[in-house]
Write a protein that binds this ligand. Structure first.
Ligand code: G6P
Length: 365
């Protein structure tokens, strides 16, 4: 087992560090930089995509957060409505024309019972389904009309890490493809996202190279009574994911909020004993989030900020920068949150790869 961990103490840390490679694999052979196109080898016809009214994304856990990111990418690039639901809560909903709806089920394992239930319900209603999964031959891949493999390689740690990034990247390519086929794609926006996709592995590596600094910060703040994560727009799913990672493996109370919602309730919980992790990257309305940062600082909370390297100077207790990466900046920021969760949990000697009460794949509803 030690050999399989490649010198890392836990699979989770190994998998966090595998992200640059996983992200290269996710786009391999799928982006044509000359033609500025994406080819995902899906059977969705041009006329089906042209007539589409709504893309419904369904998933659980980390994959649900990837869907929240994917929804924003789809609605930014393509002129189509995208909605996200927890798979366990999914119903087709009224006012939908099944022939103009696509359900996208996102599942690392491809075996999550709640996600399968949602996909089967959609199928029974006559809705086309697309499965986005890491697992070739999984039930999701077999039962959906189309499968898009995220090509992240095996993930052993119960807490999903590299597969989150690969899911978002896969949904980004899907968004470009849908927008392109429908004739909605702004060429400048498309070109920029394609180049961001190619630069992402390098940006993730830059964050990974600061592993030791993140460990020191995590150890310094591990005694917090609770941890709050805030971000807007594309950084919001990453804030939710950062909180989920921390609670899964450290058992600390952690919550993620859209930064603007803080003042509508959660602010009552903020004290000098509750570190706040703020994601202030591009595509995340960082100027407004900076105001929220001031609100928590004035209540004494220490702020660990992950911000764009360019142009977002601020006064934070701790700051980490991410390079210019457009709409994908929060994905690079997420690496700091993964490392933070890992090192908080490690400082408490938690069983990181097998947290209590959790399973890698939940096959009951
Ligand atoms: C379980 C795991 C989570 C995972 C979720 C969805 O709850 O503990 O880490 O995000 O299932 O799994 P899936 O395989 O469908 O992505």
């Amino acid at each position: 087992e030690a050999a399989e961990k490649g010198g890392y103490e836990h699979y989770m840390l190994k998998e966090i560090h595998e992200q640059p490679q996983a992200l290269r694999q996710a786009v391999a052979g799928r982006i044509d930089p000359i033609e500025e196109r994406v080819d995902l080898d899906l059977s969705l016809s041009r006329s089906f995509l042209d007539d589409l009214d709504e893309i419904q994304l369904v998933a659980c856990g980390t994959s649900y957060h990837a869907c929240l990111y994917g929804k924003q990418l789809l609605e930014t690039l393509a002129d189509v409505r995208a909605t996200v639901e927890y798979a366990s809560e999914y119903t087709v909903g009224s006012g939908r024309d099944p022939s103009r709806t696509l359900v996208v089920g996102v599942s690392q394992s491809g075996e999550t019972a709640d996600t399968l239930r949602a996909l089967r319900m959609a199928k029974r209603t006559g809705i086309r389904t697309l499965g986005v999964t890491n697992t070739v031959g999984s039930t999701v891949a077999r039962e959906c009309d189309d499968a898009l493999y995220i090509q992240a390689g095996p993930e052993i740690g119960v807490a999903a890490t590299k597969t989150f990034a690969s899911q978002v990247v896969s949904l980004a390519m899907f968004a470009i493809d849908v927008a392109d086929v429908r004739g909605d794609l702004d060429p400048v926006a498309g070109r920029e996202l394609l180049s961001n996709l190619q630069d992402l592995p390098g940006a993730v590596q830059q964050a990974l190279d600061r592993d030791e600094e993140v460990r020191e910060v995590a150890e310094a703040y591990a005694g917090g009574e609770a941890f709050f994560f805030i971000g807007r727009r594309f950084a919001n799913p990453v804030a939710l994911e950062g909180a989920l990672k921390l609670k899964e493996i450290s058992y600390d109370h952690a919550e993620g909020f859209p930064a603007g919602e803080l003042k509508h309730g959660p602010l009552a919980l903020v004290t000098e004993a509750t570190p706040v992790l703020a994601v202030l990257t591009d595509g995340a309305r960082p100027e407004e989030t900076r105001n929220n940062v001031k609100e928590v600082q004035s209540r004494g909370a220490p702020v660990i900020a992950i911000a764009s390297e360019s142009g977002h100077e601020g006064d934070y207790e701790v700051g980490f920068g991410v390079p210019d990466l457009g709409l994908l900046e929060p994905l690079a920021a997420n690496v700091y949150l993964q490392l933070f969760a890992y090192y908080v949990a490690d400082s408490k000697a938690r069983p990181i790869d097998r947290p209590r009460n959790l399973a890698k794949s939940v096959t009951v509803e």
